[in-house]
Design a protein around this ligand. Sequence first.
Ligand SMILES: Nc1ncnc2c1ncn2[C@@H]1O[C@H](COP(=O)(O)OP(=O)(O)OP(=O)(O)O)[C@@H](O)[C@H]1O
Ligand SMILES: N[C@@H](CCO)C(=O)O
Length: 334
Amino acid sequence: MAVYTRLGAEEMAVIISAFDVGTLVSAKGIAEGVSNSNWLIETQDAAGSARRFILTMYESRTEVAELPFFLDLLDHLAAKHCPVPRTMHDSEGASHRLHQTPEGTKALALIEFLPGVSVSEPTPAQARAVGGALAQIHLAAADFPASRTNSLALADWQQLLRDCGREGLESIHPELGHIVERELALLAARWPRDLPSGVIHADLFPDNVLMLGDTVTGLIDFYFACTDLFAYDVAVTHAAWCFSPDGTRFLPALSDALMAGYSAVRPLSPAEHAALPLLARGAAMRFLATRAYDWLNTPADALVTPKDPMAFARRLEFYADPANANIFGEISGS
Ligand SMILES: Nc1ncnc2c1ncn2[C@@H]1O[C@H](COP(=O)(O)OP(=O)(O)OP(=O)(O)O)[C@@H](O)[C@H]1O
Ligand SMILES: N[C@@H](CCO)C(=O)O
């Protein structure tokens, strides 16, 4: 369920008329997604051609002041032929608009619709393509002028997990308090600071990638994008793609393919490569932290079901096991 705000047909037509995209033909609420309200919009332009867009209304989790970073980034990457949707600007040139709703003023944006589906059982060829697309955005954003601090970095995981409390973590799993304490101490002591950095996606899970066959047609949901280590983004994507969803099975063929796809476009330096095992522990901790917090703080009658934190605790234990130190393969850059 992801339509939190009701918009009537007349109201929707007025919203769409602010953009130079033709007249509204249909607006269908999209079930996927948890943070914002999304609709698939169809219009007809002056020449009679059908056009499709995604209308996003930003709910409480997205800061309006940060929208220019996210939306300008989409335009920058799209202009460099990355598979990301462009933002449709309104007739005054703005990338987002404010709209009055019964719950207060909310921001909205109209984004290009891209074809494709999110795969649930990726193949190595698909993982390879995703690795390549990730490297492509890392390179293409090099001259993007804006930057954004990562709002979910190590200090934020520490705070979220402190808020969960040891008892809270142990109510999820008896071992979790111990695992978190051990790993947070290690990550704080060893987190690298001097690796290449730039704009990263930071949440490139399969549900944020649209594909047709083995081709990436869309990277979406850039609302965690920020300025951080490129290799950390590789580690996030690795944690998201290279395990069974519950984290019980590592999928080596996907791992090899993802790494090969990335390295073919942007070879990792030896220092980045050497840091991957630790960065992967950090990536697993990032999603463990947000999931554990949501698990303990989502009301039972909420519209969304919290995601399982243990799926990332299992990945964390996998990455922390010295027997798995070589899963990132040979150094392929210099
Ligand atoms: N540009 C696009 N082209 C086609 N479909 C899209 C596009 N953007 C979003 N979608 C569809 O809308 C769904 C929800 O989008 P998205 O994942 O951005 O939602 P969200 O609620 O903002 O994010 P999240 O669930 O990660 O918090 C996606 O799963 C996808 O099906
Ligand atoms: N992709 C995240 C949710 C958004 O940060 C997760 O699976 O926990």
